[in-house]
Design a protein around this ligand. Structure first.
Ligand SMILES: [Zn+2]
Length: 388
């Protein structure tokens, strides 16, 4: 049995507990979380300066792109970024790519992550994931704009899915609204209705393409595949165009949301019950040098992702939270920690074990240090350490 305490304990589900104490089994299972009895001198108790919270849930990553670390220039906008990824894709040897996946996983663990939603186009990450060093949900991502090829695309993904170690921890998922046909969206929802993820409104030109069938993104897609010429604009924003087709999904994660408006959020809430909004702010800065308007999402169920090392300097949820703290006056640390912990656990349906500091759970325990304790604010120099 162990007893740990800190200036504040953020449980993920309650207001912070000042001078809180956590009693744990040796394996990290929580026995008790309480306020400190000030008069009680306890020799077993280890006190940490800083904040204790549950370990993080990273809801959006692409481990298979880890070999693209520092290969793609910053601030080139999404259409150019996609072009660069396609050009660089698979340039390194298989072995170099496998090593980069293993190193990326080590980085996630060191930075206090316990569960990852990981986008995969191929099976290069499957072996590393099967070691169960972290909890993984894999989104087997498909894209194909030609509606005649929709069936074949899903068939190929199903073949790939057979090689995965856990049938309940993998879903076939659409890449982005602009890279799939309606036929393909319908087939995907039929195949894996329980849990889906989609890149949403990452670039302004995504909305322009849906409204007017023009712009940088449309031009880039046209250069890849002339089938896009048959694509029909909707005269609506991207989100308002595609979301109705995903209505049957039980839980849906919308990733990025950089160009999502208040009207889009209202539309989404009117159409969808279990919607999760994932922010990857450092990737947004890397690619587009633009951030979502976080204050629009204050009352929504949000989660945090790192995206891949192709578009980020590190795989660190704390670094993402620091960027939000620096760029939003309205989102409290308590709220951000809920975004980084319990909300992701709910999305993956793993909240029985992960996401909050509660009796009986074994969620992993992080210590955040060098923070402004008085204001309860993260600082650029704040660090995270995994205690359990
Ligand atoms: Zn992504």
């Amino acid at each position: 049995m162990k007893k740990i305490a800190a200036n504040y304990i953020f449980t993920g589900i309650t207001p912070p507990i000042k001078n809180g104490v956590i009693t744990l089994e040796d394996d990290g299972t929580i026995i008790h979380v309480s306020e400190n009895d000030a008069g009680n001198i306890d020799n077993e108790l280890i006190f940490y300066e800083g904040v204790i919270c549950p370990s993080f849930i990273n809801t959006h990553c692409h481990l298979e792109l880890s070999y693209l670390y520092q290969k793609i220039p910053q601030h080139i906008s999404l259409p150019n970024f996609i072009k660069e990824v396609v050009q660089f894709r698979n340039q390194l040897s298989v072995n170099e790519r496998l090593i980069s996946i293993k190193n990326a996983e080590e980085q996630l663990i060191k930075n206090g992550v316990v569960a990852v939603g990981d986008i995969s186009n191929g099976d290069s990450t499957f072996n590393q994931k099967s070691k169960n060093n972290l909890y993984y949900h894999t989104f087997l991502e498909v894209f194909e704009i030609d509606s005649l090829k929709a069936k074949e695309t899903v068939m190929n993904a199903k073949k790939l899915r057979k090689n995965y170690f856990s049938p309940t921890q993998i879903s076939i998922t659409p890449h982005a609204p602009y890279s799939v046909s309606i036929e393909l969206l319908n087939l995907i929802v039929k195949e894996t209705p329980s849990i889906l993820s989609i890149h949403n409104q990452e670039t302004e030109s995504e909305n322009i393409m849906f409204k007017e069938k023009k712009g940088d993104l449309y031009e880039q897609l046209l250069a890849f595949n002339s089938a896009i010429e048959n694509w029909i604009p909707t005269n609506k924003s991207s989100l308002q165009s595609y979301l109705p087709y995903l209505k049957k999904a039980e839980r849906l994660l919308l990733v990025h949301n950089t160009y999502t408006s208040k009207k889009d959020i209202e539309f989404a809430n009117a159409n969808f019950k279990h919607l999760f909004w994932c922010f990857c702010p450092n990737a947004n800065l890397y690619i587009e040098n633009k951030l979502p308007n976080f204050s629009l999402f204050e009352n929504e169920t949000c989660t945090i992702g790192t995206d891949s090392l192709a578009s980020n300097h590190a795989l660190s949820i704390l670094d993402e939270l620091k960027t939000i703290a620096l760029n939003s006056k309205t989102i409290s640390l308590e709220k951000m920690i809920a975004w980084a912990t319990i909300n992701g656990a709910k999305f993956f349906n793993i909240e029985k074990q992960f996401g909050s500091l509660e009796k009986g759970k074994k969620p992993g325990i992080n210590l955040i240090q060098d923070i402004d304790l008085q204001q309860q604010k993260l600082l650029p120099q704040s660090t995270v350490k995994k205690l359990f």
